[in-house]
Design a protein around this ligand. Structure first.
Ligand code: F6P
Length: 357
């Protein structure tokens, strides 16, 4: 049995824990009869045939390690079928290398973009199994992706720390969190960190509504306010624009990000002193939290079971707290956005958190 493994797209906590689980479970099952090939830097390694045979000891001591021992890269799905002159079709290259490496299966750890390519590879006849990773938690058909809980923990720590300095100075703080298309991370960290407003891509905001909330807090004696803002949040006016128009508008923005524009607008309308904090990739780095270590272990071992059963073309997913295989075709290209009427948003509203709408 020869199994390739690769990690693709933006990294997150728990990738190494998942690699470890796949590797250790396969070695337990197949003993001497398994060769595991670590493919370097995601799809790039499969496209270029860049890999190394992994030793059992490679899977030890990595449970708590952040990042990915295999390296990763972003290989846009829309470029996979492009071939011009000296640049051959990347899917064909991957198929050739899969054959050259004599693989029986390739285990792919990735997020949304990665799953589109994984599905295509599966349709092209490769034996593929995937594991859902991303701090965005936006993969369809799984309640949870690994990396998300760790990122929520980190983002919440940032909000907690900002709370104390915001209180001392009586300032408004905007904390910009990752999530261009979906707001799961901002919603969870915002609730966990006790933010006063949470702005998500799913709920367009009205600047006047935010300013009214800030003024009301001041009038009731609360001198500081915390806004947890997803990097992809957008105003009600922007929500009317087409994707192209919004892109063009944001490209003309003089501020480095939405939060700085919001800070300027809020400052001008309320006279408040507004500060911005952006933890950025800090949210993706470091050791996975215990929940993610467990989830990665469950996903990785489930992948090894599927390989033993000869079942391919699946992503392992969490549904009703159980690990189940879901067909790649039912995952690829679908985004799991925050339902605007979900229970957590209702709970947040019930305790007076504003969504700026
Ligand atoms: O997809 C994960 C993610 O961290 C998003 O939340 C974020 O918008 C994006 O990746 C950042 O991408 P990059 O690491 O390429 O800057």
């Amino acid at each position: 049995m020869r199994v390739g493994i690769l990690t693709s797209g933006g990294d997150c906590q728990g990738l190494n824990a998942a690699i470890r689980a796949v590797g250790k479970a396969l070695i337990e099952k197949y003993e001497e009869d398994i060769t595991i090939l670590g493919i370097r830097d995601g799809y790039r390694g499969l496209i270029e045939g860049d890999y190394k045979e992994m030793d059992p000891k490679d899977f030890s001591g990595i449970l708590t390690l952040g990042g990915t021992i295999l390296g990763t890269s972003r290989q846009p799905f829309k470029e996979m079928r492009l071939s011009s002159g000296d640049q051959p079709d990347k899917i064909e290259c991957m198929k050739k290398n899969y054959k050259r490496m004599k693989l029986d299966c390739v285990v792919i750890l990735g997020g949304n973009g990665t799953h589109k390519t994984a599905n295509l590879l599966s349709q092209e006849g490769l034996n593929v199994i995937t594991l859902p990773k991303t701090i965005d938690n936006d993969l369809w058909n799984t309640e949870m992706t690994f990396g998300f809980s760790s990122a929520v923990e980190t983002a919440t720590t940032v909000i907690d720390a900002i709370h104390s300095t915001a209180t001392s100075h009586g300032r408004v703080f905007i904390i910009e969190l990752m999530g261009h298309k979906v707001g799961w991370l901002t919603l969870h960290a915002g609730v966990a960190g006790g933010a006063d407003a949470i702005l998500l891509p799913e709920i367009p905001y009205d600047i006047d509504s935010i300013c009214s909330m800030l003024k009301l807090r001041k009038r009731s004696g609360k001198q500081f306010s915390i806004l947890a803002v997803a990097e992809g949040a957008l105003s009600k006016e922007e929500a009317q624009l087409s994707k192209k128009e919004l892109k063009a508008k944001r490209a003309k923005m003089t501020e480095p990000s939405l939060s700085y524009r919001l800070a300027k607008e809020i400052g001008a309308k309320t006279g408040d002193e507004v500060r911005v904090t952006i933890p950025g990739h800090f949210q993706r780095g470091g050791s996975p939290c215990p929940y993610d270590r467990v989830l990665s272990t469950r996903f990785g071992t489930a992948a090894a079971r599927l390989i033993q059963e000869g079942r391919f073309g699946y992503m392992v997913a969490l549904q009703n707290q159980k690990i189940v295989p879901v067909p790649l075709s039912e995952v690829a290209g679908k985004l799991k956005a925050v339902p605007i009427d979900c229970e957590l948003i209702q709970s947040a509203r019930d305790i007076g958190i504003s969504f700026g709408d």
